[in-house]
Design a protein around this ligand. Structure first.
Ligand SMILES: Cc1cc2nc3c(=O)[nH]c(=O)nc-3n(C[C@H](O)[C@H](O)[C@H](O)COP(=O)(O)O)c2cc1C
Length: 374
């Protein structure tokens, strides 16, 4: 018995049976080793997330190519040498009962390097990226495919492609960052080509039955950026390409820190309108995230058909017992992610391991110590 029967009802995602509608949305915390390998700290963290009661844990973005790393301490999946650590990561998540997925990323123009690669040479953050050649594009498509195959080989139950946060997949879709006039730029159909190539190559690499999810940037929240109107036009083509779900989000590094967005981000369900708008145009499940703090709110989102699954990121970091407390009717005991707090985000932006102000002093010290040893 639970006060939230829809939230705790099962759902099958491309053959993968989730026991409930609660997922962990990817949350990069800077816990990997500087070499991109899995560290004891990252294993400890994901063991806790896997035991949270969430049905599916999508581990944070992992780089498919060395030049696609978003930050220092980002996981890497661009070589077989990372397989043993990734297998441990999958096991750590599954030990607690959750299904395990890993997010694959190429950061493109937001990569942590002096001359990033991007669809076009549009300056950002004081750097001008180098426009990708047709050969580069083909190489990166294959890098995603090989990384997806490694995720499967490592024992994960699913893989997610990172089309959010304004990283490379999203950069191709965006008229702001994609100014190409070849086969991969111009109208929406041409801007969609790279994401569709990546999905097709990943599908070929993992076979017909392995679930592939997609983090979908449905609105850049920038005047000349990818808009919800275009996102609704593009979503059915993505869905038809054989995705298990779309995990909808909004914003990029160019819009996250704008004052109106910072204000909006303090509100429960601040990205749910985007998910609901995408859900209207696709027939695959949709995940919504964004400060979903109250189980009753989550229950209503599902009951009203705004989304099929809930994604918790910082919310689950602040209280790794959220799903268990919700299921047991102890919602009032959930420690909330504080809207005014930016500790985790600020830490990772400075290249440090993330901490949470809701943790005990002892836990914060343990994480700091483990990060120093990584
Ligand atoms: C520090 C930090 C790291 C994040 N890392 C990722 C990531 O690796 N991949 C991704 O798709 N989203 C990432 N996100 C976005 C989250 O998945 C989520 O959409 C957002 O934080 C809203 O959910 P929440 O309020 O529960 O945190 C990150 C967000 C933050 C604050």
């Amino acid at each position: 018995m639970t006060a939230y029967p829809r939230l705790f009802s099962p759902l099958t995602l491309a053959g993968l049976r989730l026991p409930n509608r609660v997922t962990m949305a990817p949350l990069f915390l800077g816990y990997a080793r500087p070499s991109g390998e899995v560290s004891p700290l990252i294993l400890k963290h994901y063991r806790e997330m896997g035991a949270s009661g969430a049905g599916l844990v999508v581990a944070e973005n992992a780089a498919v190519a060395p030049e696609g790393l978003g930050s220092p301490f980002t996981l890497r999946v661009d070589d077989d040498r990372f397989l043993p650590g990734l297998s441990q990561l999958a096991l750590a998540i599954k030990a607690g009962g959750a299904l395990a997925s890993l997010q694959l990323n190429h950061a493109g123009r937001f990569a942590w390097r002096d001359e990033p690669l991007a669809p076009s040479a549009v300056p950002v953050g004081g750097k001008t990226p180098r426009a990708l050649s047709v050969q580069d594009i083909a190489r990166i498509v294959q890098a995603f495919a090989q990384a997806a195959a490694r995720v499967k080989k490592a024992g994960f139950d699913a893989v997610e492609l990172h089309g959010g946060t304004g990283y490379l997949l999203a950069q191709f879709l965006s008229p702001r960052s994609n100014r190409r006039d070849d086969t991969h730029g111009g109208g929406l159909e041409a801007r969609l080509r790279f994401p569709l190539e990546v999905i097709a190559a990943a599908r070929a690499a993992v076979g017909p039955d392995f679930p592939i999810g997609y983090r979908y940037l449905a609105d850049e929240w920038l005047p000349d950026g990818f808009s919800l109107a275009e996102a609704r036009q593009a979503a059915p083509a993505l869905a038809r390409a054989g995705l298990a779900y779309l995990s909808v989000m909004g914003g990029t590094y160019e819009s996250f820190f704008l004052p109106q967005r910072q204000e909006q981000e303090k509100h429960q369900g601040y990205m749910t309108g985007l998910a609901a708008a995408i859900k209207q145009v696709v027939d695959i499940p949709v995940i919504t995230a964004g400060r979903i703090q109250e189980p009753a709110f989550a229950e209503d989102l599902i009951a009203q058909g705004q989304a099929d699954l809930i994604g918790l990121a910082r919310v689950l970091l602040a209280d790794p017992q959220w799903p268990i407390k919700a299921q047991q009717g102890r919602a009032e005991q959930i420690n909330p992610c504080l809207p005014a707090c930016t500790l985790c985000t600020k830490s990772v932006m400075k290249g440090r391991a993330a901490l949470c102000s809701q943790w005990s002093e002892q836990k914060r010290q343990e994480v700091q110590k483990a990060a120093a040893q990584a």
